[in-house]
Ligand binder design. Structure first.
Ligand code: ADP
Ligand code: MG
Length: 325
């Protein structure tokens, strides 16, 4: 009996196109002797084709397990995970809480800080308290300004002066009601993949070498000029530290299934900072998440097997719980 895997992709997010590419590569890597993929496409307006998953236990008889391949809003942020909880279906990746906390850059940093993990100093800004003087009193220029909940570098800018800060905040506020401003780090960009539920394991880290001032949308998806080193050239102690912090961050946000944790290695101090965690990382043929696992001895098809096993493992553990007296 083959497992019927619902691959949900597309979605109402700025990363719709990236999701199409991720899903295509997952579908290609899936072992057809073990799995029967069933495609669920969500168009940019949010319409499901052929039909939506129904939020009711037992109401989706054609699905054994779900693989959400939705990046960003309405997919990576706990919303689709909530639907799948209601439907009582096993699914790949983080649950509702882990997804929502990881998606929100402010929350994620607060949770990490509480565990003593190194995150870059940041200031939260809502429109009502967006006075630049308040921010300047807390952080030196240059700073990075970001919507709290988004991805793919959309709405992010670097500001070196008050004028640029005000423009950067205006831009970020177009994408979220809560934005963050943080100290700009002059450093190397590292990424490390994690998989697992109760006992998460980290891959070998990799390094991204942006071709522009920072790793912006053009550099990620359009220019094809950024360079990658897998594994990253680090000394053994730094390598171990990145992997340790990746797992610690994963556990701090209560992630399950998988995530990619991104870091800065500050040039002047050698300090390692956690930048962000992505609970549905890119899965395209050139994406770092599967490539890091390939280099760590887990080829793409086996990675998919493992992620599906983890989905069932969590579902069984939750099923064993009581929800009433
Ligand atoms: N504090 C920072 N210092 C230096 N560069 C940063 C900082 N924050 C973000 N960047 C740059 O912007 C890119 C995107 O920011 P990130 O926080 O990863 O958002 P996203 O979720 O959109 O990927 C990073 O990969 C990095 O190149
Ligand atoms: Mg990023």
């Amino acid at each position: 009996m083959k497992l019927r895997v619902a691959v949900v992709y597309g979605g109402r997010s700025g990363e719709h196109e990236v999701s199409l590419r991720s899903a295509r590569s997952i579908l290609a890597a899936m072992d057809r002797d073990r799995y029967d993929p069933v495609e669920y496409f969500i168009d940019p307006s949010g319409k499901w084709r052929p039909a939506p998953i129904v939020p009711e236990p037992g109401a989706n008889p054609g699905i054994d397990v779900v693989f959400p391949v939705l990046h960003g809003t309405f997919g990576e942020d706990g919303t689709v995970q909530g639907l799948l909880e209601l439907a009582d279906l096993p699914y790949v990746g983080a649950g509702v809480l882990g997804s929502a906390v990881s998606m929100d850059k402010d929350m994620m940093k607060r949770v990490c800080r509480e565990r003593g993990l190194p995150v870059v100093e940041h200031v939260v800004v809502f429109r009502r308290c967006s006075d630049p003087a308040r921010i300047e009193s807390q952080l030196p220029y240059p700073v990075f300004v970001k919507p709290s909940n988004l991805g793919s570098s959309v709405g992010i800018s670097k500001a070196r002066s008050r004028e640029e800060l005000v423009a950067a905040m205006d831009l970020a506020f177009q994408y979220d009601r809560k934005i963050i401003v943080e100290r700009a780090i002059d450093g190397r960009e590292l990424e490390c993949s994690v998989i697992g539920n109760e006992e998460p394991a980290a891959s070998l880290p990799c390094e991204i070498l942006p071709s522009r001032e920072f790793y912006d949308y053009e550099d990620k998806y359009l220019l094809d000029r950024a360079q990658f080193r897998v594994p990253a050239e680090l000394d053994p102690a730094q390598m171990e530290e990145v992997r340790r912090l990746a797992v610690a961050c994963y556990q701090a946000v209560e992630c399950e299934g998988m995530a990619r944790v991104d870091f800065f290695l500050e040039r002047a101090t050698g300090r390692i900072y956690i930048n962000e965690i992505n609970t549905i990382p890119g899965f395209t043929s050139i994406s770092m998440f599967p490539r890091m696992w390939e280099h760590s001895g887990l080829p793409y098809p086996k990675l998919i097997d493992r992620l599906i096993e983890l989905a069932f493992e969590r579902h069984r553990a939750k099923r064993a719980l009581r929800y009433a007296r």
